[in-house]
Ligand binder design. Structure first.
Ligand SMILES: *Cc1c(COP(=O)(O)O)cnc(C)c1O
Length: 386
């Protein structure tokens, strides 16, 4: 069996163990310490825009706290992009609130501003103003931030930017994750950099950061005994994980370049295949880290579905995956309100995420290219016929 080619696997830089060893040597084996502070500082410098970072145990935890800090509670409604990973929507339900899902638009595959506006108007007419808006930068592609922010501001609803997939992406030169009232980052094992598992909340004031640290460390009041006036969470990042993160920050620019090169690699393969398109930036306002490279397949032109390609990859021990199934089509959210048309649903029916890691070898790329060329040139069928 040939070695497995993963969709997106961890890519260590080299100094991660140095920071982890420092944690052991100084006995900071706890969810606080110099690596946590150092990692937060590295992220603040990388994102610039004067942000304050709170390092947490997961991106999902960051989103949960962002919603709490936007005062979302039982019975509230929160607007969320439908085409995303379920972790974007689940924290709404943790709080007993109800998600309202929004379709994508065709350029960025992210939240459609027209459907967003319609949803806000309609929810307000029904007597409930949404408490927050969660927009996602899918696969690293920035959403149409100008349009979405202007709607959020018009109705005075806080925007939460799920930037779990878009560290290093930019919209009009400004870092993704820094646009909303809060931004969230993820350092799960499959993301562009990893801490093995972890996340962060991007804040804009010292107050918001302090509140986040307070809530993520069990909400202990300032008293010698354990006193609590609020419900707390155990969501702070471990100093060991943060050590991995500090090593990864040293190579983040290389990782972005590596992922973007994978995107170029697929563009090169697909340029001669009619009916296959690589998901790309609509214009120079958008700069994607291309966390995952994705193609759309026009079956009427290729006579191959994404499933044909996925199975061909699988037989060569190469991982690929359909794009996120929209939340409004998920059994768990079937009763949630939905605004928009069938953009997300159509994309789901014809798109496939391809191996995108910054650590793929030339040999890996040859194996990938071979499968794609064979599938779309009907070579195998041809050889059967001839
Ligand atoms: C990975 C991811 C998350 C969750 O991050 P975790 O660190 O795994 O909890 C949230 N939203 C999106 C869009 C993601 O891709």
């Amino acid at each position: 069996m040939k070695s497995k080619i993963w969709l997106s696997s961890p890519h260590m830089g080299g100094n991660e163990l140095k920071y982890v060893k420092e944690a052991f040597d100084s006995n900071w084996v706890a969810p606080l310490g110099p690596n946590v502070d150092g990692f937060e500082q590295d992220l603040e410098i990388f994102l610039s825009e004067d942000v304050k970072i709170a390092a947490l145990s997961a991106g999902t935890a960051a989103l949960h706290l962002a919603l709490i800090e936007c005062n979302v509670s039982h019975g509230d409604e929160v607007i969320c992009q439908s085409m995303t990973f379920s972790a974007s929507a689940n924290p709404i339900v943790y709080l007993g609130a109800n998600p309202v899902f929004i379709d994508s638009e065709k350029d960025t595959w992210n939240m459609c501003p027209v459907a967003l506006q319609e949803a806000i108007e309609d929810r307000m007419a029904k007597g409930k103003k949404p408490k927050a808006i969660i927009v996602v930068n899918l696969y690293g592609m920035p959403a149409k931030m100008d349009e979405i922010l202007s709607i959020a501001n018009k109705y005075d609803i806080p925007l939460i930017e799920d930037g779990a997939e878009s560290l290093g992406s930019k919209y009009k030169g400004k870092a993704c994750g820094t646009f909303g009232r809060f931004g969230i980052l993820s350092f799960n094992g499959n993301k562009i950099i990893t801490t093995s598992g972890g996340g962060a909340l991007v804040c804009h004031t010292d107050e918001d950061k302090e509140k986040t640290v307070f809530l993520s460390t069990q909400a202990r009041d300032n008293a010698p005994h354990y006193q609590h006036s609020e419900i707390g969470y155990n969501y702070r990042m471990s100093n060991i994980s943060a050590g991995v993160g500090r090593g990864q920050m040293e190579v983040l620019d290389d990782r972005i370049e590596g992922r973007r090169k994978m995107h170029d690699f697929y563009c090169e393969i697909c340029k001669n295949i009619e009916g296959v398109k690589v998901f790309s930036e609509p214009n120079s306002d958008f700069y994607s880290n291309h966390w995952l490279s994705v193609i759309t397949i026009d079956e009427t032109k290729t006579s191959k579905s994404y499933e044909d390609l996925r199975l061909a990859f699988l037989s060569e021990n190469i991982e690929s995956r359909p794009i996120w199934k929209p939340m409004h089509l998920q059994p768990i959210f079937e009763d949630a309100p939905y605004y928009g048309g069938k953009v997300a649903e159509d994309l789901f029916g014809k798109s496939l995420c391809l191996p995108s890691g910054s650590n793929l070898s030339e040999d890996d790329k040859k194996r990938i290219a071979k499968v794609m060329v064979e599938v779309f040139s009907n070579k195998k069928e041809y050889s059967v016929l001839s």
